[in-house]
Design a protein around this ligand. Structure first.
Ligand SMILES: NC(=O)c1ccc[n+]([C@@H]2O[C@H](COP(=O)([O-])OP(=O)(O)OC[C@H]3O[C@@H](n4cnc5c(N)ncnc54)[C@H](O)[C@@H]3O)[C@@H](O)[C@H]2O)c1
Length: 329
């Protein structure tokens, strides 16, 4: 019988922990490998084995991957802030590519792992106004996006040379929460949790970085995707990799919302005025990133269940309202 054990890097993080929960519910045995550099021990679902170690720790990684026969690796561990990646490129190339992902892929393949699912990002594309499908020109505008593109390219060479089956799932903006599990990044850079810090009393106002973009209201436009829908796509991809050796999919709702629209919806959901102030653009921020996810809808019959921005923000608000200090609440 095929092993049903999966190895999840970054399983103590925002998206990884929700994926671990879904994998356990689907009957997989799960090992979480996470240094807790930005993750939380409390986020790891009961029932998962936990190894606290950094991907840069070669000995720990080898031992962990040799401990059992894994069906697949799901690789969520990374540094994730586009803005920070422009300030500290070396930190991003090191943590996301050089030591960590290359050694993980090589060691996994050596240990007999045949399926690999990468958390990639919309930031691999050259931004443009129409919805982006998977054949849209690549061209990251920040170091973070470049690191994910590099990992995708490395995986492609492992497919060609070692027969590794891989999926690169290019998430657009992950958002929303699950009961008891939500966004708790130590240094938050995502719009929805930052906006919600205002009604929580943790921030006086929200800054809008740039209102002179070529978009209808001048603020940047993004496609928000609920983490439950993201995670569902991982389970579908994991199964499909049994027969397919390369899956590149965008994960988004295909609808763009501007920063101002997000703030307005958060005002409606929370009943708080949420004052906003315009500030200069940030380096590396594209004006518009909206997905076409037709390919995964067609090929794997993936269907987002929580596509409405209002529902996404309402689920996030429920988490932040009940956990104002994240897992430390
Ligand atoms: N959040 C988004 O909107 C979004 C969008 C596109 C792609 N992604 C990708 O999804 C993945 C998960 O994002 P998230 O929002 O859950 O981030 P997160 O910071 O909540 O989770 C990342 C996890 O990886 C762990 N980690 C980081 N470096 C590590 C290392 N060297 N060794 C061991 N563990 C390490 C952290 O401790 C953390 O638990 C990332 O790869 C990110 O690039 C996220």
């Amino acid at each position: 019988m095929t092993s049903q054990a999966v190895f999840v890097t970054g399983g103590a993080g925002y998206i990884g922990s929700v994926a671990v929960d879904a994998l356990l519910q689907a009957g997989y045995q799960v090992t979480v490998y996470d240094s807790l550099v930005t993750g939380h021990r409390q986020a790891i679902p009961a029932g998962a084995e936990f190894i606290q170690a950094d991907l840069a720790d070669e000995t720990a990684l080898r031992q962990a991957l040799a401990a059992r026969e894994y069906l697949a690796v799901l690789h969520f561990a990374a540094f994730i802030q586009a803005g920070e990646s422009m300030q500290r490129p070396g930190m991003y190339f090191t943590n996301n590519v050089s030591n960590n992902s290359i050694r993980l892929i090589e060691t996994a393949v050596e240990s007999g792992v045949r399926r690999f699912v990468l958390s990639s990002t919309a930031a691999v594309y050259a931004p443009r106004d129409e919805p982006l499908d998977e054949d849209a020109p690549l061209g990251p505008t920040n170091v973070y996006g470049q690191t994910k593109l590099m990992i995708e390219q490395i995986l492609e060479w492992y497919r060609l040379t070692r027969g590794l089956h891989y999926a690169a799932l290019r998430y657009f903006n992950a958002a929303g929460a699950m009961p008891g599990r939500g966004e708790a990044h130590p240094s938050e850079s995502h719009l929805i949790p930052l906006v919600l810090q205002v009604p929580l009393g943790q921030r006086e106002k929200i800054y809008i970085f740039g209102d002179d973009y070529p978009t209808p209201d001048g603020t940047a436009v993004r496609d928000y995707i609920h983490i439950a829908d993201l995670v569902e796509a991982h389970l579908l991809a994991l199964k499909a990799l049994a027969t397919r050796d390369k899956l590149i999919y965008n994960l988004g709702n295909g609808v763009g919302y501007s920063v101002r629209e997000v703030i307005e919806t958060a005002r409606e959901v929370t009943g708080h005025p949420i004052p906003a102030e315009v500030a200069p653009r940030r380096a590396g921020d594209p004006s518009r990133l909206v997905a076409s996810s037709e390919r995964i809808r067609r090929e794997l019959e993936w269907q987002p269940r929580i596509p409405a921005l209002r529902d996404i923000i309402a689920s996030a608000w429920e988490w932040h309202r009940t956990h104002p200090y994240g897992y430390e609440s």
